[in-house]
Write a protein that binds this ligand. Structure first.
Ligand code: FES
Length: 140
């Protein structure tokens, strides 16, 4: 007896081999889902590097920069970095747009950046909550 006619196979039943039919995802649906996800994600523009990175809300700015190959540190900064603990001040960045979209300055930043302009942040202390434009190694 023959089972699994061509008509049954096209309707999504299992073929004669007993293997489930492969369901291919519609690539246009996947793309539009990805587009809508990135549209709702904060966008960080690294001005000097001419690079844009998307981040989950609340992401650490230093981590996102490093993850995207952005060099935050000067030569001396690389040698003296505390690794993101707010102790060295070497991860300083200038926020040229979207300062309101970052977490408020921490006490550590107030101490480390007291002689710097208000739009300077320590990348390791700043959490991304919306779009922002960042200049790395400001003044260098
Ligand atoms: S990495 Fe040391 S203060 Fe940010």
């Amino acid at each position: 007896m023959q089972t699994g006619s061509k008509e049954e196979f096209q309707q999504g039943s299992e073929p004669e081999s007993g293997q489930p039919t492969e369901q291919k995802a519609d690539p246009t649906v996947e793309l539009s889902q990805a587009e809508s996800q990135t549209k709702s994600m904060p966008c960080i523009t690294f001005v000097k590097e001419d690079k844009v990175a998307f981040a989950a809300e609340g992401a650490n700015l230093r981590f996102k920069a490093l993850e995207n190959g952005i060099d935050l540190y000067t030569f001396m900064g690389k040698m003296m970095t505390c690794g993101g603990y707010g102790q060295c001040g070497t991860c300083v960045v200038e926020i040229v747009e979207g300062m309101e979209n970052l977490s408020p300055r921490t006490e550590v930043e107030d101490r480390k950046l007291r002689k710097k302009p208000d739009n300077y942040r320590l990348a390791c202390q700043a959490l991304v909550q919306g779009d922002a434009s960042v200049v790395t190694k400001p003044g260098k």
